[in-house]
Design a protein around this ligand. Structure first.
Ligand code: 1HN
Length: 346
């Protein structure tokens, strides 16, 4: 037992802390247990954004502001554990963007990488560095870092997609840049489908030189994805945790399609009851087809078509599917893997 009373030590320490505080110095031992934890301690919590709840709000936003005025008319999906921070997970931004018939979202570029996952609507386009692509439900589209991009909707129906950006990662690194050109709609310099012809058929042009780590293929059409999943579901047993799961890759490297955002798609067969799984990448899921349940820790999330939900880092979770179900998902896995931090446990 210490000869000196505890309160006296405490006063002595407090005085010490106050003095060193003035010099911008602090004692590690007061915060060590918070800084270095035995396992991930994420502020991110499990959450679902039901389509039936958010759709009326998205459409209402369309009456309040134009896409042009807003620059991007998006409702941000804020994790309840991260309110006010514009984040769906600790490391990723997600939102639902609306472009009404006849509208455009003006061109700009930024160092943040972005991806779109088309949730509703058909026939709008996004243009990425001179090439337009027409969007269909279930398509996964990449806007690489520092590429000019603008969107437009010449169709007769509203289009809604999920944006996922690496905003919090770029913010952490203080590497944000953004530019607006003089024009609202960028000049097209390639034919629609040109990138897909070059990079989308397990072939590469002879003169191919990578510009960066992001996939040169920027459009992964759902038609192809769905066909692949259907063939796998008809020919092999599902993984006990993931069902039939594929990752979107950069065809030139075999690595993740984007350097900071990992993207995946999985088919859960009808009646699937998966085993518990956890991994260190908090993940945003978007249900394309079917319906089911995610048991995440003690929570149960029921999901159906067009619902978005989040599974936080290192939380045990498992999937059950009533009908044959397709889930798209996005996480920071490539970042964790590049830094040798990613872990999983089945
Ligand atoms: C952005 O550029 C888009 O291009 C969407 O559609 C969402 C959120 C924050 C910053 C930039 C887009 C965004 C964004």
């Amino acid at each position: 037992m210490s000869a000196v009373p505890q309160t006296r030590i405490s006063e002595e320490r407090k005085d010490f802390y106050a003095r060193i505080d003035k010099g911008h110095v602090a004692p590690l031992w007061e915060v060590l247990h918070e800084l270095v934890t035995p396992k991930p301690k994420t502020p991110c919590v499990p959450v679902v954004w039901k389509w039936e709840t958010v759709l009326p709000w998205i459409l209402e936003s369309g009456k309040l502001i134009t896409a042009k005025e807003a620059e991007r008319r998006v409702l941000v999906l804020e994790n309840p554990g991260l309110r006010g921070k514009s984040r769906a997970t600790h490391s990723l931004y997600a939102g639902l963007q609306l472009v009404l018939p006849g509208e455009i979202a003006p061109a700009h570029r930024h160092s943040q990488s972005a991806m779109r996952f088309i949730v509703s609507g058909d026939g709008a386009y996004t243009a990425v560095d001179g090439e337009r692509v027409t969007m269909h439900v279930g398509d996964f589209i990449i806007t690489p870092s520092w590429t000019w991009h603008d969107h437009g909707n010449p169709s007769k129906e509203p289009i809604i997609w999920m944006d996922v950006l690496d905003i919090p990662i770029v913010e952490l690194l203080d590497a944000q840049f953004m530019e607006r050109p003089g024009v609202e709609i960028q000049q097209t310099t390639r034919t629609e489908g040109q990138s897909f012809a070059r990079y989308g058929n397990a072939m590469l042009p002879l003169e191919f030189k990578p510009k960066g780590r992001t996939s040169p293929l920027f459009w992964y059409p759902y038609e192809r994805t769905r066909e692949a999943l259907a063939t796998l579901a008809g020919s092999e047993a599902p993984h006990p945790c993931h069902g039939h799961k594929l990752q979107y890759v950069n065809p030139a490297t075999g690595g993740a399609a984007m350097p900071t955002i990992g993207t995946f798609v999985q088919l859960l067969p009808k009646g699937f009851s998966g085993r518990d799984y956890r991994c260190t990448d908090s993940t945003i899921f978007s249900c394309v087809e079917g319906s089911g349940r995610a048991r995440i820790g003690a929570e149960v999330i029921e999901f159906g078509p067009k619902d978005t939900f989040v599974v936080p880092s290192w939380m045990q979770h498992r999937f059950e599917a009533g009908a044959e179900t397709v889930l798209f998902s996005a996480s920071d896995r490539p970042v964790q893997q590049a830094l040798d931090l990613w872990r999983e446990e089945a």
